[in-house]
Design a protein around this ligand. Structure first.
Ligand SMILES: [Zn+2]
Length: 336
């Protein structure tokens, strides 16, 4: 019988659910807008309702557990959502325990960026790697680190906050309050802001034409560069340079087998690849220069598939009957 897990990706705007089989294939998918302002109880009811709907789609698949990706900070071992800025009223919510009681199934909780890293590692671009760094470049920069065959959690599950490593002494102020964060200079938001500053409404530029004379986004820059626009190509080169500097730090820190790049800006991977590699070649020590930077394969489903893998790849759950609650026993269950 094929193993199936119920997976959730709990975001501040969207709550997504899927049934995923042991090959990492999505058998059913549904999403709703998260009732983020209504507090934990409302969202937990939404999770319950989605689980029912999605299971009804594939009546013969009986999930052996629930994998949940949620915004950090969270404690993956204790299964507690600590205080995510995008979910109001969530303060130390023991989400894994609550869901175990409701569904009578084992539940594993993981920070959403780590869940996406697990997805790409186990079922996407990173299959076969022992170590990898997953970097998602979109509105912000996030990621997760797989080191020596396991996700790197660090103290309180807070490791791998890639977007906030400082890579320059000057930049716009990052939302975290610091200056020079990787995210502040290399995110899609930073790319769009740079493009907006260098153009004006009505100036006839390709970038403003694509944005209908509004704010230019990172996606617009990628699109204009693909059309051969010189300003956009210059901006893409600058973006690739910042990414290359950040990636070089990651190579030196973690010595991964590969860097997997996802997020909205990775749609411009074909344009970014060469200047990223040139920057790595220029800045990394020789032993690290041949590590490939590859595009993610699972797109927006990486987090869901990774969340499912918390259950599907957990050897202790091979017998459905033998699962141990991770909260009530006080025992520490493996998060993998
Ligand atoms: Zn920051």
């Amino acid at each position: 019988m094929t193993r199936v897990a119920l997976a959730f990706d709990l975001g501040g705007t969207e709550l997504r659910a899927a049934l995923v089989n042991s090959e990492g294939k999505i058998l059913a998918f549904k999403s709703v807008l998260t009732l983020a302002k209504d507090g934990p109880d409302a969202v937990i009811d939404q999770i319950d309702a989605l689980a029912g709907k999605i299971s009804a789609n594939v009546p013969h698949a009986v999930p052996i557990g629930i994998g949940m990706g949620a915004p950090g900070p969270l404690d993956p071992v204790a299964g507690i959502v600590i205080a995510p800025p995008t979910l109001s009223g969530w303060q130390d919510v023991p989400l894994a325990g609550i869901l175990e009681d409701r569904f009578n199934l084992p539940v594993r909780l993981e920070n959403d960026a780590n869940a996406a890293a697990l997805g790409e590692w186990r079922f996407g671009a990173g299959r076969g790697a022992t170590s990898l760094v997953f970097v998602t470049v979109s509105t912000g920069i996030g990621g997760g680190v797989i080191a020596d065959g396991r996700i790197l959690h660090g103290r309180r599950g807070l490791a791998g906050e890639i977007g906030h490593m400082a890579i320059t002494s000057e930049s716009e102020r990052c939302f975290c309050g610091a200056v020079g964060c990787f995210e502040a200079v290399a995110s899609g938001t930073a790319l769009g802001r740079r493009a907006t500053t260098l153009t004006k409404p009505g100036d006839g530029s390709a970038l403003r034409a694509l944005s209908d004379d509004g704010e230019v986004t990172g996606r617009h820059v990628v699109e204009a560069a693909r059309g051969g626009d010189e300003l956009a190509l210059m901006l893409i080169n600058r973006e690739a340079r910042w990414l290359g500097i950040g990636f070089t730090n990651l190579l030196h820190l973690y010595s991964p087998d590969m860097i997997v790049m996802g997020g909205g800006i990775s749609h411009g991977y074909d344009l970014l690849r060469k200047p990223i590699e040139a920057t790595i070649h220029e800045r990394a020590m020789p032993a690290y220069r041949d590590v490939p930077v590859v595009p993610a394969q699972l797109g927006r489903h990486a987090g869901l598939i990774g969340a499912a893998s918390l259950i599907l790849c957990d050897q202790s759950l091979s017998e459905t009957e033998s699962w141990q609650p991770i909260t009530s026993a006080g025992a520490v269950g493996s998060a993998e």
